[in-house]
Design a protein around this ligand. Structure first.
Ligand SMILES: Cc1cc2nc3c(=O)[nH]c(=O)nc-3n(C[C@H](O)[C@H](O)[C@H](O)COP(=O)(O)OP(=O)(O)OC[C@H]3O[C@@H](n4cnc5c(N)ncnc54)[C@H](O)[C@@H]3O)c2cc1C
Length: 375
């Protein structure tokens, strides 16, 4: 039996970012069911980094994380983790009043937002359909995240401090041995003083395996497709396109155009696959808002975005089980907030307070404490 201070269940961005920040302080093992790290939500994201989000807490987490993305520790990644993309918010004629409202509010706090005429919008995004766009603004603060480099940076850093990562091992039947947890894995039993639930869409069922009451984390399916861009359209410089109410969004991905109908369908945790209807909507929006003809769908996929009841992450020890720690509910922003949330979780696990920078942006550890969701 191998002994660790902390066993992390889930080898997605949450579990691996925590392993990275925690391994210098504690002995750590990450246990992942699949035979690849990041196979579920983490490998299916749109790889977008934004500073504006619909909750102030997430904007603050993004601001903290930006510092890590811009200046990661020496040797973390050979390439820049963020590439500037820029984004154009658009509205059709029916939504101009709504657009004005959003722009007035957003531009008060974000003076860098730039109002565009339809001509200017098409200049920046040549594939936009002139008869669709009635109003637009530009936000320079959109970046693409190099997700694979980020994930591998966490993995390398964690391993360099002695963390073990076990793949193809489903945590199914944990048991108690005195003060410790015992987790059977495909390479023998593991004993750990504390277990971390970083199981993404499976966070509630994993809690129940440990005799911990679920918290109400619900996976929501989201779909994306990619289609070919016409010759002559430069995917490198094309900004992201966002419908003003997030009815859809599009962005370059691997030289093609990614389109998502921004679906958010509650689902059971699983290896979710795209539904025909959502693929059809994604293609419909490409044809409605752009001049890109959808001749074939190159690729389609779906993944889970898992939300807690108040849609904020759930990070901290369980009130009733002090050797069970939650790192879950990262919704649609788990990649971009992973530096801040991984560091916060590591600090709490070693008995320190919130990391440097949290207080400055108005964040405290209690905002994410699972106790807030218990009655
Ligand atoms: C279409 C789409 C677009 C998105 N776009 C963005 C974006 O642009 N920017 C952004 O920041 N975020 C985005 N997200 C959200 C982001 O992908 C998630 O917030 C993030 O990946 C969650 O990471 P995780 O580690 O919690 O979950 P996961 O990556 O799902 O990892 C959890 C892991 O736990 C493992 N596991 C579960 N149960 C067990 C068990 N019993 N034993 C062993 N292992 C177990 C699973 O196999 C899984 O690998 C998007 C998501 C989707 C679906």
């Amino acid at each position: 039996m191998r002994d660790y201070d902390v066993a992390i269940i889930g080898g997605g961005i949450a579990g691996l970012s925590l392993a990275y920040f925690l391994a210098p302080h504690r002995s750590v093992v990450v246990i992942e069911r699949e035979d690849g790290l990041g196979y579920h939500s983490t490998g299916r994201s749109a790889a977008e980094f934004v500073l504006r989000y619909n909750a102030p807490e997430i904007c603050a987490l993004a601001a903290i994380s930006k510092h890590f993305f811009d200046t990661p520790p020496e040797g973390f990644s050979e390439v820049a983790l963020l590439k500037q993309r820029g984004g154009v918010m658009i509205a059709n004629a029916e939504k101009v009043a709504r657009f004005e409202e959003v722009f007035a509010e957003e531009s008060r706090a974000n003076p860098e937002l730039l109002r565009l005429t339809v001509e200017e919008a098409i200049e920046r995004v040549p594939i936009l359909r002139r008869d669709y766009v009635a109003a637009a603004f530009y936000d320079p603060q959109f970046w693409d995240i190099e997700v694979e480099n980020l994930l591998q940076g966490y993995v390398r850093g964690a391993r360099s401090h002695g963390a073990a990562i076990i793949e193809r091992s489903d945590v199914l039947a944990p048991r108690r041995d005195g003060e410790r947890w015992v987790l059977p894995t495909n390479s023998g039993d593991i004993s750990a003083g504390t277990v971390v639930n970083a199981a993404g869409g499976w966070a509630d069922p994993v809690a129940e395996l440990f005799g911990v009451a679920p918290i109400g984390i619900v996976p929501h399916r989201r779909t994306a497709i990619t289609v070919d861009l016409p010759d002559g359209v430069d995917a490198l410089t094309l900004p992201e396109i966002n419908e003003i109410d997030e009815d859809f969004y599009m962005k370059p991905e691997g030289g093609r155009l990614l389109s998502s109908p921004a679906d958010a369908t509650p689902c059971e945790p699983a290896d979710v696959q795209p539904e025909e209807i959502d693929i059809a909507w994604a293609a419909h929006f490409v044809e409605e808002a752009t001049t890109v003809p959808v001749r074939r769908i190159f690729k389609s996929w779906a993944g889970m975005r898992s939300f807690s009841p108040d849609r904020l992450p759930v990070i901290g020890f369980d009130r009733d089980r002090p050797d069970f720690f939650w790192l879950a509910g990262q919704g649609g922003y788990g990649i971009l907030t992973s530096p801040a949330l991984g560091a916060l979780a590591a600090n709490l696990l070693i008995g320190a307070g919130a990391p440097d920078g949290f207080e400055t942006v108005g964040l405290s550890a209690s905002m994410f404490d699972p106790a807030r969701l218990r009655t």
